[in-house]
Design a protein around this ligand. Structure first.
Ligand code: ADP
Ligand code: ADP
Length: 231
């Protein structure tokens, strides 16, 4: 069955003329990577934020593993969903290590396990743990902050990843490496991934299916990269 189900999902921000997201229906299967690609302002971030329960839908439903997200308690939701965003979303008053450790700590991992995991995650995103472990976010470049943001999203090994332009500020070589890591996570660990980008090449490289969105997240096409490229 579907891991993520969006059922007529709608968000109408107070005071705006039109809904930001207007009646999206989508089913995402276990282990699938779905890319949401579309112009700025078409509602991609709003959709991810609703799935992650950072904002309330105006109407419609979201189910994760068949369970309505509004019924899932916040700690269990964090265990299931990792979230990485363009602006990295790091806590400025915490070190890199503390930021990465936050969700594992919240869900009750042991100190030793967390310590190893932080090192492993820094290695994964190509940051030397000895150099970056104790730095604060303001002491990192934008691309390095994004990499820590990705490390943080993956730290507690969630089955679902929501990623909102997570590699936008990363240099091209590192981006290529992180894209390959994401493909590996998907293949080896069967992560279910919803990935937002406005970069069509990135969508083609990473997606099992690509949802091409127009205004208000109306779905113009929802298909495999091969089918999208031949249409
Ligand atoms: P995208 O991620 O595709 O760029 P967003 O989801 O950020 O699009 O935004 C969709 C629409 O909703 C845009 O018109 C944007 O201006 C509007 N919007 C986003 N956040 C808010 C908010 N907090 N309040 C009001 N309008 C918002
Ligand atoms: P709080 O967790 O304190 O209620 P938020 O939900 O607003 O606050 O999220 C705080 C930070 O946690 C944000 O910077 C956001 O990027 C990050 N975050 C949100 N959801 C997740 C998640 N599922 N996994 C990891 N980090 C997350």
């Amino acid at each position: 069955g579907a891991v993520i189900e969006l059922d007529d999902l709608t968000k109408h921000y107070p005071g705006s003329q039109l809904p930001a997201v207007d009646g999206v229906n989508m089913e995402i299967a276990a282990g699938e990577t779905v890319i949401l690609v579309g112009p700025s302002g078409c509602g991609k971030s709003t959709t991810l934020r609703m799935i992650n329960r950072l904002i309330e839908p105006s109407s419609g439903r979201i189910r994760i593993d068949g369970e309505d997200v509004t019924d899932i308690d916040p700690v269990r939701l964090r265990r299931r969903i990792g979230y990485a965003i363009q602006s990295s979303g790091l806590f400025p008053h915490m070190t890199v290590a503390e930021n990465i450790a936050q969700v594992p700590r919240m869900v009750g991992w042991s100190k030793a396990r967390i310590r190893d995991r932080v090192e492993e995650m820094l290695d994964l995103v190509g940051l030397d743990p000895r150099e970056f472990h104790s730095r604060y976010p303001r002491q990192l470049s934008g691309g390095q902050q994004q990499r820590v943001g990705v490390a943080r999203a993956l730290a507690a090994d969630p089955p679902v990843l929501l990623m909102d332009e997570p590699f936008g500020a990363v240099d091209p070589i590192t981006r290529d490496h992180l894209q390959d890591e994401l493909i590996r996570l998907q293949h080896e660990l069967h992560k279910t991934i919803v990935f937002v980008t406005h970069d069509f090449d990135e969508a083609i490289k990473l997606g099992d299916r690509i949802a091409v969105l127009r205004e208000q997240s109306h779905i113009a096409q929802f298909d495999t990269p091969e089918a999208i490229l031949t249409n």
